[in-house]
Design a protein around this ligand. Structure first.
Ligand code: ADP
Length: 391
């Protein structure tokens, strides 16, 4: 029997999972349930990338809840590999607020505190927690650990966390938290393998997938990030607007008479690449389109990313390296090229061939800043933190 830890990343339309051996943290299998809310199905592959469900297994219908899908998944895992003994589960939880600065074992009281944070991450936190509750019902004694996207940013200074609003709101927790911390933690741990300069390295990591943010790292620790109080701030994303003049929201409330729920939907679901292109939130689709609005959306995406990155440079007093990661960062040579074009003033020079080939080092030898591609692995960070905590 192989003792294993399961990682779960439960989102609104998908549940990603991975199994790791507790002995040596080697991956055993990974997969995801996709299309939740429509016609959910399972895709999974083993460590060699061999497809374990071909075609994808259909599992339920429009009405299937996260709870029923998680129980289905746990039964499938049990039946699929009887040689695996599940010892613990680690979850990605988007918001840990001010109290949870590290991975934490889930107890009824922890769960209550995490539920109180749902309003701070309305589109993510509830799904993360419903996965925890589903597993508690399925196996009440199985230890579960919550790993937070916010924890990694606790090293930021008080100044970096402040909004310029009256103090009473700050005291009530309206501060910048920062997200994608599990991904930044993974990259920070990988950096020494790649960097020319190690000590005090000043690095900006661009985690650009469907959700997107940037983090300024000094010597592997978070100094500042583009996401703030919620995962809406900062970069333009697939469907989210990123930074927006707060006056626009007042205008929508007062003059368009939009409700808070309608504004929330517009900013989280109808904006970003989708809103500007009017075509799709998917970068690959936009890159293949010849519609001028698709091109404008990509150009704005890259312009905004470069502006945000440039402002983060000032928090580091300079820059030694840029890292691209996540779906777009790891795969889109076009986006990396366009962002780096705006950064020529920093001495950034790409090696075009290396960029087109998605090499790990994509800067030219003459570049004053190293530019890297490092594929992220949030699941491994969760698995290791879960193992460490329970040991
Ligand atoms: P999530 O935030 O949902 O985890 P991902 O990190 O998987 O998202 O990133 C999804 C994004 O990556 C999509 O916009 C997709 O189009 C983009 N992407 C993936 N592969 C490519 C590619 N080869 N070229 C351009 N974009 C890509």
């Amino acid at each position: 029997m192989t003792d294993a830890v399961l990682t779960i990343n439960a989102g609104s339309s998908s549940i990603k999972f991975a199994l790791y051996s507790l002995q040596d943290m080697s991956p055993l299998l990974s997969g995801k349930i996709v299309n939740i809310g429509q016609s959910p199905s399972l895709k999974a592959s083993d460590i060699h990338g061999t497809d374990l469900c071909q075609p994808a297994i259909e599992i339920g219908d429009q009405a299937s809840t996260h709870e029923t899908l998680i129980s289905w998944l746990l039964n499938w895992l049990k039946e699929h590999d009887s040689g695996i003994l599940l010892k613990s589960v680690g979850h990605r939880v988007v918001h840990g607020g001010q109290s949870f600065t590290e991975a934490t074992r889930v107890t009824p009281s922890v769960l209550l505190q995490l539920k109180a944070l749902i309003p701070l991450a309305p589109l993510h936190q509830g799904h993360n927690l419903s996965a925890i509750e589903a597993i508690s019902k399925w196996a009440p004694r199985l230890p579960q650990v919550a790993c937070f996207d916010t924890s990694f940013h606790h090293t930021q200074s008080e100044l970096a966390k402040l909004f310029a609003i009256p103090r009473k709101y700050t005291e009530n927790g309206i501060i910048r938290y920062g997200f994608h911390g599990l991904s930044y933690e993974y990259i920070a741990n990988q950096l020494p393998k790649y960097l020319n300069k190690h000590a005090d390295a000043r690095v900006i990591v661009a985690h650009i997938g469907n959700g997107a943010s940037m983090c300024a790292l000094k010597n592997g620790r978070s100094v500042a990030s583009s996401m703030g109080f919620t995962a809406l701030d900062g970069l333009m994303m697939g469907q989210r607007c990123g930074s927006l003049d707060a006056g626009v929201i007042l205008h929508l409330l007062q003059h368009y008479k939009m409700s808070a729920a309608a504004i929330e939907h517009m900013l989280y679901k109808e904006s970003g690449l989708l809103g500007v292109s009017g075509i799709s939130n998917n970068m690959q689709v936009l890159q293949q389109s010849d519609d001028p609005h698709a091109a404008e959306a990509i150009n704005l995406y890259c312009y905004r990313a470069a502006r945000e990155l440039s402002s983060l440079v000032s928090t580091l007093n300079g820059l030694d390296a840029i890292v691209f990661t996540a779906g777009i960062g790891e795969n889109s040579a076009l986006v990396r090229e366009k962002i780096c074009e705006h950064l020529a003033w920093l001495g950034v020079v790409l090696d075009n061939k290396a960029n087109q080939s998605n090499n790990d080092v994509i800067s030219n030898l003459k570049s004053s800043v190293q530019v890297l591609i490092i594929p992220t692995n949030e699941e491994l960070v969760i698995a290791k933190a879960t193992k460490a905590l329970l040991e």
